[in-house]
Design a binder for this molecule. Structure first.
Ligand SMILES: Nc1ncnc2c1ncn2[C@@H]1O[C@H](COP(=O)(O)OP(=O)(O)OP(=O)(O)O)[C@@H](O)[C@H]1O
Ligand SMILES: [Mg+2]
Length: 343
């Protein structure tokens, strides 16, 4: 029953599940994906992290043969997405595609139909449906038609459906967006289980914590470009071994405070979008003493100061010069030229 699809076509590249090189997709004059290069090792969880409109879904759609790249190339287990789409499709699963055969049918009926389409016998298909609904806490809703499902329930059913075939490579486009914490944890467990039982997962997320928690490697994508790539630890290290965070008592002092930080630590500082917190990478946590002395000398009053291991949030802020949750309108105002200078 496992790996129904991989029996048909075996992956012929044992090492890399995804090799994407300089992928580009333009919509009108919007370069939604602007030269994305990604390598995903088979058997790993790869996280593509970026804010709204970064180009995550567009990238996945190209890798999943749903959208033709304007430039660049991509191979899935060694098979070219443009030249061998039929083979690629047999090696992948994409959530958002499978769950709803028919909105008026129940969750059970939908899962049974999927199982049958994948070649399972009648009894086996029913058994599988019950088992998956149970695992995703959907048993109570088993008989309910899909059109009465909430967003979170749909997402769970969606992932459940992709577990029937369990293809070698599974694309999960924001699998946990909008889910409550308990359901999110459940999803994470399921994703880990998928990988333990032989699949490779490429997931997109807007949640730094999720990428940190799940992904073996992470690509940070911003405005169609990969702005950083590595393990969560590597990305954290790239902003310095420690991260300074401070808040000052008087908001008017913020520029002076930043100058002081930058002068003493000899680094660039950033201001987080929520609430004027100054953050800066620190090569050496001991330098905080120098900083405190400098603040006393300049007469800037601190409200809060901490030195900690950088979070992915700060990594994003440091790399892109803006926060993850910065509002879309502001992003749209910025021209490519401005971005070029910032990076
Ligand atoms: N079919 C389309 N036609 C025109 N523009 C599109 C289309 N699909 C995406 N875009 C644009 O391409 C850019 C990238 O969109 P994409 O959906 O890939 O972002 P995303 O990272 O998945 O964002 P989100 O987190 O909101 O899902 C956006 O500016 C979006 O408006
Ligand atoms: Mg998207």
């Amino acid at each position: 029953m496992k790996q129904v699809q991989s029996r048909i076509i075996a992956p012929d590249n044992g090492d890399l599940a995804v090799e994407a090189h300089a992928l580009v997709k333009t919509f009108g004059d919007n370069r939604a994906v602007d030269g994305v290069t990604l390598n995903v090792r088979a058997g790993s969880i790869y996280g593509v992290l970026g804010p709204n409109g970064a180009g995550k879904t567009t990238t996945i759609r190209m890798l999943a043969t749903l959208l033709r790249p304007d430039a660049g190339s991509a191979k899935i287990f060694g098979h070219d997405v443009v030249k061998e789409p039929q083979i690629v499709r047999q090696l992948i699963g994409v959530t958002g595609q499978y769950a709803s055969v028919d909105e008026s049918l129940s969750a059970t009926e939908n899962l049974v139909i999927f199982s049958r389409l994948l070649g399972l016998g009648r009894a086996e298909a029913r058994h599988k449906a019950v088992e998956l609904l149970e695992e995703f806490s959907l048993t109570e809703a088993a008989k309910r038609p899909l059109k009465k499902f909430s967003g979170g329930m749909r997402r769970r059913l969606d992932l459940a459906a992709s577990l029937i075939a369990q293809p070698p490579l599974i694309f999960l486009d924001e699998p946990t967006t909008g889910l409550d914490p308990r359901t999110r944890n459940q999803m994470w467990e399921t994703i880990r289980r998928l990988v333990k039982t032989g699949s490779t997962v490429l997931l997109t997320t807007q949640y730094l914590q999720e990428a940190d928690e799940l992904a073996d490697r992470i690509a940070v994508i911003d405005r169609g470009r990969v702005v950083a790539e590595g393990t969560a630890d590597e990305l954290k290290t790239s902003v310095g071994s420690s991260s300074l965070q401070l808040r000052i008592q008087n908001p008017q002092d913020i520029q002076d405070a930043r100058q002081t930080v930058e002068r003493v630590l000899m680094v660039q500082s950033a201001v987080s979008p929520e609430g004027g917190k100054i953050t800066a990478p620190m090569a050496d946590a001991d330098r905080v003493t120098d900083l405190l002395i400098a603040f006393r000398e300049t007469g800037i009053q601190l409200a809060e100061l901490s030195v900690q291991k950088p979070t992915l949030d700060e990594v994003f802020l440091t790399i892109t010069g803006h926060g993850v949750k910065e509002d879309a309108a502001k992003e749209m105002d910025e021209t490519d030229e401005v971005r070029g200078i910032k990076q």
